[in-house]
Structures are given as C-alpha cells and as structure tokens.
Write a protein that binds this ligand. Sequence first.
Ligand code: PMV
Length: 326
Amino acid sequence: MKATAKAPANIAFIKYWGKKNEKLNLPLSSSISMNLSRVFTTTTVEFAPVYKKDVFEFTKEKATFKEKGRVFDQLDRIRKKTGITQYAKVISENNFPKGIGIASSAAGFAALTLAGTSAAGLSYSQKGLSILARLGSGSACRSIPDGFVEWKMGVSSETSYARSIFPPEYWDLRNIVVIVGGKEKKISSTEGHRLAPTSPFFKERISVLEAKVKKMKRLIKEKRFTEFGIAIEEEAINMHTIMMTSKPPIFYWLPKTLEIMRLVWQWREKGLKIYFTIDAGPTLHLICQGRDEKRVLAKLGKIRGIRKIVSNKPAKGAYLVTNHLF
Ligand code: PMV
C-alpha cells in the first residue's frame, strides 16, 4: 500500500482567480494551461497499520500546520472513496521553491492524489483523478492530464475537471521561469480567490472569460504565436489588476518583476518574439518558441539580480514512478 507519483507544475494562459464554491474549489470561469517539464513535485504515500496518525513532511523543509491540514484532508477524501481506515505517511519533494508563483500546490496535490489513490489500491480514470485533485487545490486538476490542458468550470463537482486539448509535442513552446526572489507569499491564493470579487473590475473580467478561453484554444490549435503571446500577456495583467484592486489590495510583483516585464517589451520591439505571464507571485514565466530559446537565455544571462532561470518544455501530466522517497 505504497506508491510514488511525479506531477508537473502548470502555467495558466487563461487564469483561474475566483471561486463559485470554496469548499469544492469550483471556479467562476474555465481556464487553460500548459504543464512544465522541469518544475515538479514527487510524492510517496504509504497506508500502513504502523502509522498511528497521518504524517506529512517535505524532504528539504518543514511542512506548516496549514499544509499538513490540507494534505490530511486529501487523505480523508481518498479513505472515504476506498473505505480503508489506515493512517498514512506522506513525503513530498519539490524541485523548485514554493509560494512564489510556480504552482507548487498544483504539482503537489496532483502528485498526492495519484500516489494516494494508487497506494490505496484505487485505479482512477483521468477524469476521476482530476476531480479529486481539484478538491485538494483547484489548479491541481490541470496537472493530471498531458500537455496543453483545459479546465472546464462545469456546473457541479462531477462536471468540473481538466482534460488535455493538445499533447506536449503539439507545439514547441518554452516557458522560461525567471525567479526574481521574494519570500513565500503572505496572501495565499486561497485568500486571493476569496478577495477577487471585491475588485470593482471582477464582474467585467468574469463576463468575458469564457470567450477568452475559446479564443485561446483556437490560437493554440492554429499555433498563432504573436496573437497567442499578446493574449497571455493581456490576461496576466488583467488578473493582476483584479488582485491590485481587491480590498485589501494584493501586490505580488517585485520591482525586479516590473523591470523584466519592461525588458521583454524592449526585446520585442527589436524583433525577439517573447511574451510573459505571471501567476500569484513575483516569478515571471517568459513564453517563446523553441527556436528563440537560446537568444532569450543569452539576454537573461546578462541581467543582474535574477535568482534562477529554468527553461521548460510542454510536459505530460502526473504519472507513477517506482523510486519511493522512503
Ligand atoms: O489552485 P490555486 O488555488 O493555487 O489557484 C491558482 C491561481 C493562479 O495560479 C494564480 C492562476 C491559475 O489558473 O493557475
């Protein structure tokens, strides 16, 4: 009753910000994302009678009280599905920092859901896994299927899940993650989702999102990179406008975030096809085509004060591995 899964973080091109139902993590809009090849979480889950309570730790750091609570809630959901009563030990490893805008909860809950259900002896459909992962953390439902992914908001828990719209090799894109520092965010995305409707612009955002999702799917399908780039950049600024105008306001950007955004615009004026998107944190996700990756990396290499750069290709979703963490 032990299993290990690996799941990618994902970057949203059309973003999820605002919930219809907080308990079930039902979103107010659909969203589109891409899984990332080099930022992922590996998680081992073991159910066994030797454990007298649930245990959760990260390999490299201490898990907080809140993080433990969310993991234990997910174990409870898995136990409910199977009827098993045993407690579990869960060990998790992120190969990237959490809480700075690289979707650690998405990778984390996708890996936990796949490892947990397998350890419990459940063989779930991808749809079932996506729904269960969503209950742990909304965006985690998008780290289950492969490649380019759509999460249809649905009308109930059973109809709100993600599916692959194109496989990873469909489009040779890069997401160059640029870490500019920052401590773990003070306002979690859970709190941010709650505050979203307090922005005077939120209703307007929601009213156009389904059309934006439709357009984004078409742009990906037809590989229209320039229009795609403009759309993802617009969308990121739009979501951050909601954050900045919430009551109280949330500012996830650092001065360095803005500095790099401005550089991206300058580089583009000189002919380099590069765009950015940003999730709930100061980290930039620069998007370019595979053929421009080297030029972008060379330019980034000359900027002072960047903590880390990780170049990602589109990747498959969560999968089981045989190397356990304990
Ligand atoms: O799944 P959560 O609650 O961490 O929300 C994720 C929200 C964003 O990353 C900002 C946007 C998205 O769609 O991934």
